[in-house]
Design a protein around this ligand. Structure first.
Ligand SMILES: *Cc1c(COP(=O)(O)O)cnc(C)c1O
Length: 367
């Protein structure tokens, strides 16, 4: 049996007739930039998340770059974030000429450790950028408390956590701006690159809408330099179709996780994902911790089971950030987990037989 890490064929099979119908409507209009589907999708997302403004853009990375820019963060400023995340989290800060300041993660949730944030705050700190890694919302109670106390902005990098909640409240709704990615492997994936900023603040929404069109307003007049970063009309049309499935997909991912949990917890040397009781995760990834990680991966690959390491090198150790002086030992939890984590297939279309095969193969490795 083969179990890929993600199966877009299975995901799209039933949806393609409707997607083709929706794309035909786009082709009928030839309105490729900011067509009607963009506004329609933004409105649907506002309703789905219960957030006042949704601003579509070209990618999750751009959503972060726009968010940092909209908050006026730039040269000489610092933003506290996690080193255990996808590169774009920190590069969005860097590209605005500000500095990412890394704070280590909680060893159980993989998210920014709130108890370590205050020690990293300096007079230059402007914002905190938590990441809701693998689909689990960060401890936003603690993070918002620290932000209020020190008068800091908060940007939620929610590329992996669409629809996840903390204390029953929707992710992306805690901070000043929340961002989403519709990269094809995210829980709501486009047929290419796409992203979005979310905010309840009217002024920030206005700024974000302006920044995604070169900082323009009125047309051909520029008060500031923005990006060319719009949500493509065709991608919006696809996402409108797929949004209808998102809640049931997240539910299926949680059911798959429950199956893995029940069969894999208790194996000596293997740790199953810890989900905080206050969080409802959407399992963009199901990530195990194993001190025999590389051998386990070889075993799974031999059995044609997809698996992947998110992420093998924490961001404070990336070559491009070397001038900030990050070194081994600075972020011990992130560095240790980078050597021990492995994610296994969790996508909604997994069959019972596939899940059983994954579980049996892991048990075989540990027996
Ligand atoms: C995917 C991802 C991004 C970037 O999104 P793109 O749409 O690929 O640009 C940013 N942050 C995190 C945590 C991600 O997982």
């Amino acid at each position: 049996m083969k179990v890929p890490m993600l199966d877009l064929h299975a995901q799209y099979e039933a949806l393609m007739p409707e997607i083709r119908r929706q794309l035909d409507k786009v082709f009928a209009d030839h309105h490729y930039i900011m067509g009607a589907q963009v506004k329609e999708f933004e409105t649907k997302m506002q309703d789905y998340l219960g957030i006042k403004h949704a601003i579509g853009c070209a990618s999750g990375t751009d959503a972060l770059v726009l968010a940092v820019k909209a908050l006026g963060i730039g040269e000489g400023d610092e933003v506290i974030t996690t080193p255990f995340t996808f590169f774009a989290t920190a590069s969005s800060i860097w590209r605005n000429h500000a500095r990412p300041v890394f704070v280590d993660i909680d060893p159980k949730t993989f998210n920014l450790n709130p108890s370590k944030i205050e020690a990293a705050i300096t007079p230059k700190t402007k914002a905190i950028m938590p990441v809701h890694l693998f689909g689990q919302c960060s401890d936003m109670t603690a993070i918002m408390e620290i932000a209020k106390k020190h008068n800091l902005k908060v940007i939620e990098d929610n590329a992996q956590g669409i629809g996840s909640t903390w204390n029953g409240q929707m992710s992306c709704s805690f901070g000043d701006i929340g961002t989403l990615s519709f990269f094809p492997s995210k829980n709501l994936g486009a047929m290419g690159d796409a992203g979005m900023c979310l905010t309840n603040d009217d002024e920030l929404a206005k700024t974000l809408r302006q920044l995604r069109v070169h900082g323009e307003g009125p047309k051909y007049y520029h008060k500031c330099v923005g990006l060319n970063s719009r949500l493509d009309t065709m991608q919006a049309a696809v996402l409108l179709v797929k949004l209808e499935q998102l809640a049931s997909w997240s539910k299926a991912r949680r059911a798959n996780a429950a199956f893995y949990d029940s069969h894999l917890s208790g194996i000596a040397g293997l740790i199953t994902p810890y989900i905080d009781p206050k969080a409802q995760t959407i399992y963009n990834q199901y990530t195990l911790i194993s001190s025999q990680r590389d051998e386990l991966m070889q075993h799974l690959q031999k059995r044609e089971i997809g698996c992947a390491v998110y992420y093998p090198l924490p961001l404070h150790l990336q070559q491009c950030f070397s001038e900030m002086g990050g070194k081994g030992g600075d972020m011990p939890v992130s560095e240790e987990l980078a050597n021990k984590v492995v994610s296994i297939p969790i996508y909604p279309e997994l069959t019972q037989a596939m899940k059983q095969y994954v579980v049996d193969s892991i048990k075989e490795f540990y027996s």
